[in-house]
Write a protein that binds this ligand. Structure first.
Ligand code: BGC
Length: 348
């Protein structure tokens, strides 16, 4: 069967290759991949900056955002042929740490977790894969292919859960949310904010392409005039770009008792001078919280599935701006100005 693979840390090594069928030891459920979604992490892996092959192997099968259909499953698995499913990305560490032990692998403490298509485990970017039922999430048939948005939505559902739990440290009545970055994570964070009845604003650099209309169709406001123009009274801020220069700007834009959630991964190497005392003062005198959030556990996938089921189907379809057949995978990785989410399709 065909699989999109890469030699991690070797830029330019991506190739569509023939790989053996997945062994039964990888799980009782056989899934035919329908599509994988591409994100910044995949680009980093392709550029040789991130990623790790399974132990003893040279190549890593890509793909952590996925949607597929069950081919074979034993009745006791809870799955049946034809079900639309998404594979959970992270697996608990082998120790396991106290978080992984209770199924909160997204909070792994020793860093020995593995991630499909990213770190030590093959991804879902093969024509077929196998999984244990406990690491699969069912998607409503009406959602079908759009279930490919479940993984990024799970990441956002986790971030929202942690923001809410942080807010509940005291009386909390948030009203205004600023989302910085209108990529898929930013737009999905806005969707979940609107679903909670909050006033949501999204800031991005671009004024063209589909992003402004997607945001406005949600009932959220779209801005492209820079963070300084947006004031400093945001109850919640999601930073979804990872752009290093924005870090201090988002911290400064938070209201007293505000919560800043960082979801974008920055590349290091950029330096600027800061006044740690002034920063400390701001955090303390304003009860400010800055939290980082990564990955998701099963609870978040389930919350994400509910959020997608509540969203308008046509709006969700608008997020998938390019569907590229597997054999043209190279073009999928060439960024186009209108891109929001590009998916690689394995079946027509
Ligand atoms: C994935 C997460 C993963 C993170 C770090 C993201 O692109 O969506 O599931 O934990 O990368 O590897």
């Amino acid at each position: 069967m065909r699989a999109l693979t890469v030699v991690p840390t070797s830029s330019g090594s991506a190739a569509l290759v023939d790989v053996p069928e997945p062994p039964e030891t990888e799980g009782e459920v056989l899934v035919a991949t329908h599509a994988i979604g591409l994100c910044g992490t995949d680009h980093e892996i392709l550029d040789g900056k991130y990623g790790q092959a399974p132990e003893g192997q040279e190549r890593l099968i890509l793909g952590h955002e996925s949607i597929g259909r069950v081919r074979e499953a034993p009745p006791e698995s809870g799955f049946a042929a034809g079900d639309w499913v998404v594979g959970i990305v992270r697996r608990p560490d082998p120790v396991p740490c106290s978080s992984c032990r209770v199924g909160e692998w997204d909070m792994c403490k020793n860093g020995r977790y593995t991630e499909h298509g990213i770190r030590g485990l093959h991804g879902f970017g093969a024509e077929r894969y196998r999984s244990f039922a406990r690491y699969l999430v069912k998607v409503e048939p009406e959602l079908g292919e759009l279930g490919v948005l479940l993984e990024p939505t799970s990441v956002v559902a986790k971030a929202w859960e942690h923001v809410r739990r942080t807010g509940e440290r005291a009386h909390w009545a948030p009203k205004r949310v600023l989302v910085v970055g209108a990529g898929p994570i930013g737009i999905l964070a806005a969707l979940l904010g609107v679903q909670q009845g909050l006033e949501v604003h999204v800031l991005d650099r671009t004024e063209s392409g589909p992003k402004p209309a997607l945001v406005r169709a949600l009932g959220a406001s779209y801005h492209a005039d820079g963070i300084a123009a947006l004031g400093r009274d945001w109850d919640i801020i999601f930073e979804c770009t990872g752009a290093p220069a924005l870090f201090f700007d988002v911290v400064r834009a938070a209201a007293a008792d505000g919560i800043v959630c960082l979801t974008g991964v920055s590349s290091g190497g950029r330096t600027m001078s800061v006044d740690p005392g002034a920063l400390n003062r701001e955090f303390v005198l304003e009860n400010l919280v800055v939290l980082g959030s990564v990955n998701a556990n099963r609870r978040h996938y389930e919350a994400a599935a509910k959020a997608l089921a509540r969203a308008e189907r046509a709006w969700l379809a608008g997020l998938v701006t390019r569907r590229v057949p597997l054999d043209q995978w190279e073009s999928a990785f060439t960024h186009q100005p209108e891109d929001v989410k590009t998916i690689l399709t394995f079946t027509t």
